[in-house]
Design a protein around this ligand. Structure first.
Ligand SMILES: [Mn+2]
Length: 344
């Protein structure tokens, strides 16, 4: 088994897309028991490299209109790729990256790629999916943003919201074969994944997150400037901590829904949504979390866009062959257009 991260380190001065086919082959190589030491060392190498900084923001602010690099104004506006839930669907992730690689535009060198969370659980190939994501993150650095989903880490986000409910944790399910040291690094890494991206792109302000606006009881406390100062991992049960974890769980829906209240999953109404968006100056919310048939769903006068990037009837890696017939993702181009791309 090849260590993908060492491979990436060697090829870093070549375009990632030229090597993508090989990276995908290596990431998908069957993981046998004899390969586990390599996998453990690769994952721990990745986690250590990612944890070596000391600032882990809960929200990442990106403005593509006024970017400066080395004090020089950057004149070209980068594209933004936004990808919904993957849920161990290695097949879908490979197809998305291959699609990007086939474009004339060099996404891996020039764009931001933002994932909306939920990378593992449910589907067939969690380890392979993680290896490919980690390779991409290693190659792209800060321009690849892995947002946190409710499945990273599911027990942690449940504990924040409903302390008596303890599902089996992703890290236990995933890492049962890995060492305690890697388990700890994995937990440290996932607990530092950001929750939100606030994006100014071509005059439109997007909020990008896994699930939702905060639940009705916390929404009045939302303050982007305050969240910028809120570094991860969160201190347990701070107001911001609870609010950010709520944002991993909600869905748009009818305010009279039985979900309303203090359940983990909750629904928010159009009126609540519009009030929140207007108050904070967001034009559009892009989120994952909810399996939607065509991979994309528009709600609330197209101001809320749901994405789901795993699925397809003939896709054995997906847990959603019937719920999501045609998984999709989004590209915001340099002219501010929102392009919907099919995974298949
Ligand atoms: Mn989810």
């Amino acid at each position: 088994m090849n260590n993908i991260l060492q491979q990436i380190a060697k090829i870093k001065d070549q375009p990632f897309r030229d090597n993508l086919a090989q990276v995908i082959v290596n990431a998908s190589s069957a993981i046998k028991d004899s390969d586990l030491p390599f996998l453990i060392s690769e994952f721990s190498e990745f986690y250590k490299s990612q944890l070596s900084g000391d600032i882990f923001p809960s929200i990442i602010r990106i403005s593509t209109d006024s970017r400066t690099e080395n004090d020089k104004a950057v004149t070209h506006v980068p594209r933004i790729v936004i990808i919904g839930d993957i849920h161990s669907d290695f097949n879908a992730l490979s197809l998305i990256l291959n699609k990007l690689a086939a474009s004339q535009y060099d996404y891996f060198a020039g764009a931001y790629i933002i994932f909306c969370g939920d990378y593992t659980d449910r589907g067939r190939r969690p380890f392979e999916t993680m290896r490919l994501l980690y390779a991409l993150k290693t190659a792209m650095g800060e321009r690849c943003i892995l947002l946190k989903g409710n499945h990273e880490l599911i027990r942690y986000s449940c504990m924040m919201l409903r302390p008596t409910f303890l599902p089996a944790d992703t890290s236990e399910l995933m890492n049962r074969k890995l060492s305690p040291e890697v388990n700890n690094l994995y937990f440290s890494y996932l607990s530092r994944l950001p929750y939100l991206v606030s994006l100014d792109h071509c005059g439109t302000k997007y909020l990008i997150t896994h699930g939702s606006i905060p639940r009705h009881d916390y929404a009045p406390h939302y303050n982007e400037d305050k969240l910028v100062e809120c570094l991860l991992p969160l201190s347990d049960h701070s107001r911001e901590g609870i609010m950010l974890n709520q944002m991993l769980w909600g869905d748009p829906g009818d305010a009279s829904s039985s979900f309303r209240g203090t359940e983990l999953r909750f629904e928010f109404s159009k009126a609540e949504f519009n009030e929140f968006m207007d108050r904070h100056g967001y034009d559009i919310l892009i989120r994952g979390h909810q399996p939607v048939d065509s991979g994309v769903m528009f709600c609330y006068n197209n101001r809320l866009i749901s994405l789901f990037s795993s699925g397809g009837h003939n896709n054995p890696d997906s847990c959603y062959p019937d719920d999501v017939s045609s998984p999709a993702f989004v590209i915001l181009n340099e002219d501010g257009e929102v392009l919907f791309e099919k995974v298949f």
